[in-house]
Write a protein that binds this ligand. Structure first.
Ligand code: G6Q
Length: 542
């Protein structure tokens, strides 16, 4: 049996170390070490990470390295890359890293080398993307496709929409992209209200091809398309599928020749670089998509091979763990200072929380420590004018990840320097605050001093890169994927299943007929749920 995490010598040492350094502030750490800002950073795959503004010392870092060692982190990483079935509750390999591997390596799943299959799908996607982008793919009435609507949810939506927004600068501008995920009909209706059926192609993206929301939207899309195109044969020119389930795709009426496959070893939230990224490839073109994959791969190689103190995902994973388990933080704010990354916090919410929002270990024991923090965020500088107040002066500790670029894709007067000055200023203010003494020296009225004091000592990471490019986005996403892996590996949980989304789905399926039936159904829920359903039925009928 695995030694419980809290029994590991490194864990106990970290507890003692946290207690011993409790009253040391970030300000003290900087005052005692003139080189701290120059030393506590690492760089890889185009990303520079400054972690000097965390409550860590060299001893903390050494203990992290020891914890990694005692947790067999290296062996766990190797097992993932090798294709071992580390998603034990679903008995699956976890091989998103194979999606961006070059053609040369052999990666076996159940004795089959998956690398040639990956490249075959990429080639098929490329041929399709070229046809759409060049206007050669014609709709049923002979017009080129101008609008692409991705229908998918969760992992089949958040990655594609995030990537499209992040890399919009590189997208073919005469094509329109929309993303429909919510089963709320308003999502679909608003997405297509100004589109012409003759010029619109739907990508139905669903690993299982059974997801209620996606299938409901896909059926509505078919009805909407055929309302104008009339003939059923039109479906073949206006619908393609991304799925692992050929049988269901064919049942829907999509020609399986127009189906782009992937595999059960790609988790939904780790799938934006599989065929699920078809909309991304159509938007960006093949070369940019391959550059995106190369960025992912560069970070994969770094993660696999770099020593602990230079390893960005390991450092970020351990810092997250330190803040969660030893500093009392409950959340992490993701604060990209790049408007193109506006969907990045939403994307990371699924990646982090669906992966590590678990309360039992791999061997089924309830953990006696906190697991995943709550991830949230908004692009800077907008967040500064809303919730940063709480981060600076509230009662909770909220570690922040700031993300910024040296260069803007849209240089415009002073904008970029103003934007980036805020990254540096916010991280500085959080770490060092403003003391009562400083305020007094400035002549502040005594009664106002408590209100104007910033305690500081609030940790943050700053991630900097040259500019937003497809390759850079790949490294950034892979950085967080592996950061999540590190945390889950240390916590001894299964980061790759998602049983927590099941119960609600099952209950919803039971309730659907109760809402729809003409006759008053016999309701056997709790009295609150029964009353809510009755109220809804009464109003719905009225
Ligand atoms: C991700 C989850 C989940 C999944 C959606 C959509 O890791 O498994 O978010 O991506 O439920 O599933 P389908 O792609 O099967 O429609």
């Amino acid at each position: 049996m695995t030694t419980p995490l809290t029994q590991l010598p490194a864990w106990k040492a970290l507890e003692a170390h946290a207690a011993a350094t409790k009253s040391t502030t970030i300000r003290d750490l900087f005052a005692n070490d003139a080189t701290r800002g120059e030393r506590l950073n690492a760089e890889a795959a185009g990303l520079f990470l400054d972690y000097a503004k965390h409550r860590v010392t060299d001893e903390t870092l050494a203990l992290f390295a020891q914890l990694a060692e005692e947790s067999s982190l290296r062996a766990k990483i190797d097992a993932m890359f090798r294709g071992d079935k580390i998603n034990i509750t679903e008995n699956r390999a976890v091989l998103h890293t194979a999606l961006r591997a070059p053609k040369s390596p052999t990666i076996l799943v159940d004795g089959v080398n998956v690398v040639p299959e990956v490249h075959a799908v990429l080639d098929k996607m490329a041929a399709f993307a070229d046809e759409i982008r060049s206007g050669k793919w014609l709709g049923h009435t002979g017009k080129p496709i101008k609008n692409i609507v991705n229908i998918g949810i969760g992992g089949s939506d958040l990655g594609p929409v995030m990537a499209y927004e992040a890399l919009r600068h590189y997208a073919q501008r005469d094509l329109t992209f929309r993303f429909v995920s919510n089963v709320d009909g308003s999502d679909f209706v608003e997405a297509v209200h100004d589109l012409d059926q003759e010029e619109t192609l739907f990508i139905v993206a669903s690993k299982t091809f059974t997801t209620l929301e996606t299938m409901t939207n896909a059926h509505s899309a078919r009805v909407w398309s055929l309302a104008k195109l009339k003939e059923h044969a039109a479906v073949a020119r206006h619908f393609v599928a991304v799925s692992t389930n050929a049988t269901e795709v064919a049942k829907f009426g999509i020609d399986t020749a127009n189906m782009f496959g992937f595999w059960d070893w790609v988790g939904g939230r780790y799938s934006m670089d599989s065929a699920i990224g078809l909309s991304t490839m159509v938007a960006l073109g093949t070369d940019h998509f391959r550059a995106l994959l190369s960025g992912f791969h560069a970070m994969d190689e770094h993660f696999r091979t770099a020593p602990f103190l230079k390893n960005l995902p390991m450092l970020m994973g351990m810092l997250a763990l330190w803040n969660t388990n030893f500093q009392g933080a409950e959340t992490v704010a993701i604060l990209p200072y790049d408007n193109y990354l506006k969907r990045f916090p939403a994307y990371l919410q699924q990646l982090t929380m669906e992966s590590n929002g678990k309360h039992v270990t791999l061997d089924g024991h309830v953990v006696d420590y906190n697991t995943c923090a709550i991830y949230w965020g908004e692009p800077g500088t907008n967040g500064q004018h809303s919730f940063y107040q709480l981060i600076h002066q509230g009662t909770r500790l909220i570690p922040c990840d700031f993300i910024g670029f040296y260069k803007s894709l849209n240089p415009l007067g002073k904008h970029h320097d103003l934007l980036m000055s805020n990254v540096f200023a916010q991280a500085e203010a959080l770490a060092f605050g403003k003391s009562a003494e400083q305020l007094r020296d400035e002549g502040m009225a005594e009664w106002l001093i408590p209100h104007r004091t910033f305690v500081g000592n609030r940790p943050s990471s700053t991630i900097l890169a040259e500019k937003m490019t497809p390759a850079l986005l790949g490294s950034l996403v892979a950085l967080y994927e592996h950061n999540v892996f590190v945390q889950g590996a240390i916590w001894q949980i299964d980061s790759f299943d998602q049983w927590g989304v099941e119960l609600g789905k099952v209950l919803a399926n039971r309730i659907i007929p109760e809402l729809e039936s003409e006759e008053e159904p016999a309701l056997n829920h709790d009295s609150s749920t029964n009353a809510l359903i009755r109220k809804y039925r009464a109003h719905r009928r009225a």
